[in-house]
Design a protein around this ligand. Structure first.
Ligand SMILES: *Cc1c(COP(=O)(O)O)cnc(C)c1O
Length: 230
């Protein structure tokens, strides 16, 4: 087995075990292979190993790789998105994880309308209030979702967060829990414009804890591809 199939096997096994520990169906957790900095030939191998969902955090890298890989791949934009770059990706991505401000929502709406396509997004929430991270403070998310609900070409499918970097993932369990509670509450209260139950949380160092707390999209890079070389 190559390192890639070995890593993938291990990650899938950890996803399965974490879901079972939490009394969840492992099939309800989708794996996004975070492919930033990973060359296209390695991604082809990854596709052969059964992965069809890739996450990129830079628009330029995504648009370069996009035409080189099979069209059935689902590309997710997981990093900060500049308003003036929406036009390059709007017809290429299955999901934008980083919606965090109204002008960006307006631009996504405008480009979606031009393409005749409703664009799927997640609202990025800065649960831990870190200065270094993008995302809305939890207290502003509901109002933002309601505001975006007037934009017919933007669909909010759920919430996303990046937990603080810690050595013991147990420390960030409350972050994941808070995001899940917020999403559940929006669904129960039928918050206008909240159209789904996707919870994108968990990376290489903390995804098992995120799954135990309800993640259904995990974004895993280095645990699949090895350490990144920039
Ligand atoms: C890079 C990145 C990841 C994956 O990080 P790993 O620790 O390598 O798994 C997940 N989410 C976002 C937003 C990222 O930028």
């Amino acid at each position: 087995m190559s390192y890639l199939t070995e890593n993938l096997h291990q990650v899938r096994e950890m996803i399965r075990e974490a879901a079972i520990r939490a009394g969840r169906n492992p099939a309800d957790v989708s794996l996004i292979a975070v492919s930033k900095t990973v060359p296209v030939d390695v991604l082809r191998e990854t596709v052969e190993a059964g992965i069809l969902t890739f996450g990129e955090n830079r628009v330029q890298e995504l648009t370069e790789k996009y035409p080189q890989l099979p069209p059935e791949i689902n590309w997710h934009l997981i990093g900060h998105l500049q308003t003036n770059k929406v036009k390059y990706i709007v017809d290429k991505v299955a999901l934008i994880h980083s919606l965090d401000r109204f002008p960006l929502a307006e631009e996504i709406n405008r480009r979606g309308e031009q393409k005749g396509q409703i664009i799927n997004t997640l609202v990025q929430v800065n649960v831990a209030g870190e200065d270094t991270k993008f995302g809305l403070p939890p207290g502003e998310v509901k109002g933002f979702v309601e505001e975006v609900s007037c934009l017919p070409f933007v669909r909010i499918c759920g919430l996303m967060t990046i937990a603080p970097y810690v050595t013991n993932p147990e420390e960030v369990r409350p972050v994941f829990r808070e995001l899940r509670i917020q999403a559940n509450k929006f669904s129960e209260d039928k918050v206008r414009g909240f159209a789904g139950n996707l919870l994108s949380m968990g990376m290489s160092g903390d995804f098992t804890v995120a799954i135990e707390e309800g993640a259904n999209l995990v974004r895993i890079g280095s645990k699949i591809f090895g350490a990144r070389h920039y």
